[in-house]
Design a protein around this ligand. Structure first.
Ligand code: ZN
Length: 236
């Protein structure tokens, strides 16, 4: 029986839902994020807001929520030419991947998360990767996760479990999962405080939260929310 978990927590909708799931499933939960000089530090601010709001609004989860870690990964800027780290506009490339894609970024995240989990005595690593919506990211695929779980367990001589609760569900089901875990208060928290928009827009408020409304991350979040609310209207 696994008891302690480390959640890769960026402050977005997916990782916030994963955090809620971890808090309902495990006894001690810590969080980690990576600062790779994102153009929009709104992400890093959003995650602190979300942690604070979870502690305030969910007193049964608060005692389980342990230390938050922020690891410096500025080195990623040296191996990428993307709009996340350089001042170039967001666009989709001919490969079908956004130019924000850094090859193998998630493998690096998981390796560092495992090193941290080892030191903090946490055996589960929870990550919001998903094949359903973003199958273009090869380092987020289920096979990649299984291979990493084996490599990290062997390489660190400790049995790690990589828990991927969103792997096979779509964005509408992710909203529904959040509702199942924390009811309307968690939905409201996600809408108000999480950040997903690639352009870092916190000016425009929609039913599904803040964002430019047109980048792929906003489009995905908005479409999922629309299907989720339509489902709620059908099955109140
Ligand atoms: Zn956007």
């Amino acid at each position: 029986m696994h008891k302690n978990a480390l959640v890769l927590f960026s402050g977005g909708q997916d990782s916030t839902t994963c955090l809620a799931l971890a808090l309902s499933r495990y006894e001690r939960v810590e969080t980690v994020a990576f600062d790779y000089r994102q153009r929009h530090s709104v992400e890093l601010q959003a995650r602190l807001q979300v942690l604070d709001q979870i502690k305030r609004q969910f007193p049964h989860w608060a005692p389980k929520l342990g230390e938050d870690h922020l690891l410096d990964l500025a080195v990623l800027g040296q191996v990428s030419e993307t709009s996340l780290t350089r001042d170039t506009a967001f666009k989709m490339e001919s490969s079908g991947l956004p130019n924000t894609f850094v090859p193998g970024r998630n493998l690096l995240f998981l390796t560092l998360a495992a090193a941290l989990a080892y030191r903090r005595d946490l055996e589960v690593i929870v990550t919001g990767v998903c094949e359903t919506d973003f199958s273009g990211y090869p380092d987020c695929r289920d096979d990649s996760m299984k291979a990493m779980q084996l490599a990290l367990s062997l390489g660190m001589d400790k049995r790690f479990l990589i828990d991927t609760p969103l792997m096979w569900i779509d964005k509408a089901q992710t909203w529904q999962l959040a509702h199942d875990l924390g009811g309307q208060p968690l939905i409201d928290l996600i809408v108000e405080h999480t950040h997903t928009c690639y352009l870092g827009d916190r000016e425009h408020r929609h039913a599904w939260g803040y964002g430019c409304g047109s980048c792929p991350a906003c489009a995905l979040r908005a479409a999922g929310h629309a299907r989720y609310t339509a489902g709620v209207a059908l099955n109140p």
